[in-house]
Design a protein around this ligand. Structure first.
Ligand SMILES: Cc1cc2nc3c(=O)[nH]c(=O)nc-3n(C[C@H](O)[C@H](O)[C@H](O)COP(=O)(O)OP(=O)(O)OC[C@H]3O[C@@H](n4cnc5c(N)ncnc54)[C@H](O)[C@@H]3O)c2cc1C
Length: 469
């Protein structure tokens, strides 16, 4: 776009983002306060596990030779042609396990990296249109792209880059089959109706309910249909980012490109959050590491660890809640009943892990394992972990049917952080870079201040961008 319009865009974005920043800090702090109030028995002091198991998982995935599959593959058509809701559900579940479908290819299919980058630069070099580079094809990057394209149509060129690849030009399938808790209004009229129609097949009431990797694959296909371009490549995108006609970089990498941001001037910030009592505050110190601020309370970083049990059918709810309600004084268990139609619905259980048993769970759950496999370790670990976890697993095993596929997932941490801005918006290669989603702040899944609130913010951001036209 021309220089004048770009200046206008920069001013409007700056006004929007700096004005919203204190509200976003309040939203983020809801997750910290929950951890301090309800999960306080599980807060951890010095234990930061740095291992990542994704690589192991990646290697175990099989590489299927690319079939000469039809280029006209369209996920929405394929789903539409199936007669039953159950059939459609099974299909969309399966899609994310397959690796050789055209949907996983980028927009420069047969080209090598050098040519793909060159073509991508050309795509973003129009000086009439708004040129946007989105880093990260997760839920927030895809939602932003879809939402803004719907608002601006031909006025915008959007290229989405992703580095989680099988190899250049092919993205890894989306694997996070986690239930979500997102109201429908966040999507209705904001993304393509093809996507919301699919949500409606599976969802019960006002919530979407479908799993995170389903939202991602649907948004990916819809973005492609709307002529948003994709570049899937492992290496950094610096060559592309230098393109002078790029007007805006949107960071949707969940915080992976922290080095693109300038340091914040204030390393330690005191934050006072009012409680319900008059003249009473919670005092947090926000301490900076790698351009993010992490909250500390009474000199300790807020951090705790959990793992999830997923795939539990809704009909097991009664026996599970009976046990949990009587054995949950310290909030070790968090039960979330999904929002899918009855025949598909599931329960998710998040279990807090005590510091002393963290290593055991990291060791056992290097990758997700079926609950039957976990049973084999019970004798060995039962004296070392909280007995309630063992008891709950036994109840589930006793009540589940042979066909239920229930898994224990690898541990993960809640170590919240937030990006704070200096007076001006950050720039990388002289272009404004805007963090969205988990690149902005990480929410607490138990409070609902994460993904849902990210999408709300992204829609407001897209509206602000639209106002420039
Ligand atoms: C362990 C854990 C469990 C959670 N459980 C749930 C749950 O059960 N239900 C729920 O609703 N929410 C859950 N959440 C929250 C939810 O996952 C996040 O809110 C959501 O994924 C944020 O979306 P995002 O697009 O910002 O980040 P992500 O979904 O993480 O997407 C970031 C994308 O950027 C890509 N990327 C990274 N670096 C680069 C780079 N340099 N260049 C290009 N691309 C890059 C990544 O590969 C990824 O595809 C959980 C979060 C965590 C961490």
């Amino acid at each position: 776009m021309n220089e004048l319009k770009r200046k206008k865009l920069n001013v409007m974005l700056e006004n929007f983002i700096l004005k919203q920043s204190s509200e976003l800090l309040t939203r983020a702090s809801m997750g910290w306060i929950y951890a301090l109030s309800y999960d306080k028995k599980f807060l951890i002091q010095n234990f930061e596990l740095k291992k990542t198991y994704k690589k192991d998982l990646k290697k175990k995935n099989k590489w299927f030779k690319q079939k000469k599959s039809s280029k006209n593959f369209d996920l929405f058509k394929e789903l539409q042609e199936l007669d039953t809701i159950k059939g459609r559900w099974e299909y969309i579940k399966k899609i994310n396990l397959l690796r050789n479908l055209p949907i996983f290819m980028d927009s420069f299919e047969s080209e090598n990296d050098k040519i793909a980058i060159q073509l991508a630069r050309e795509f973003l070099s129009s000086n009439e249109k708004l040129n946007i580079l989105v880093l990260g094809a997760g839920c927030c990057g895809l939602f932003f792209a879809n939402n803004l394209k719907k608002k601006l149509g031909q006025l915008v060129n959007i290229l989405v880059c992703e580095n989680r690849v099988q190899k250049s030009r092919i993205i890894e399938p989306y694997s996070r089959n986690w239930l979500t808790n997102l109201p429908k209004f966040l999507f209705n009229k904001k993304v393509d109706t093809d996507v919301t129609k699919v949500f409606d097949w599976f969802s019960n009431g006002d919530y979407i309910g479908v799993k995170l990797n389903m939202i991602e694959i649907l948004l990916l296909e819809s973005c492609k249909n709307k002529d948003i371009k994709f570049l899937f490549k492992e290496d950094p995108y610096d060559d592309l980012i230098k393109e002078p006609e790029i007007d805006l970089i949107v960071d949707a990498t969940a915080g992976k490109v922290h080095e693109y941001y300038p340091n914040h001037k204030e390393k330690n910030i005191l934050l006072k959050i009012p409680t319900n009592k008059k003249n009473d505050y919670l005092e947090f110190f926000l301490k900076e590491t790698k351009n993010y601020h992490y909250p500390f309370f009474l000199n300790k970083q807020i951090i705790n660890y959990h793992f999830k049990i997923v795939g539990i059918k809704e009909n097991l709810l009664a026996s599970i809640t009976e046990y949990i309600n009587n054995n949950n004084h310290d909030n070790i268990f968090y039960v979330w009943v999904g929002k899918l139609i009855k025949e598909l619905n599931e329960i998710l259980i998040i279990i807090n892990i005590k510091e002393e048993s963290l290593e055991i769970f990291y060791h056992l759950l290097k990758k997700k394992i079926p609950i039957e496999k976990f049973e084999q370790f019970i004798e060995k670990i039962k004296s070392k972990v909280d007995y309630r976890i063992i008891k709950l697993v036994k109840i589930i095993l006793k009540t589940k049917t042979k066909d239920d596929e229930i898994y224990l997932e690898p541990p993960f941490s809640f170590s919240p952080r937030i990006k704070l801005f200096n007076k001006n918006l950050p720039k990388f290669y002289n272009k404004i870079i805007i963090p969205i989603g988990d690149s902005y702040y990480t929410g607490n899944a138990k409070v609902g201040n994460g993904l849902g609130m990210h999408l709300l913010y992204i829609d407001e951001l897209a509206k602000t961008i639209k106002e420039c036209f």
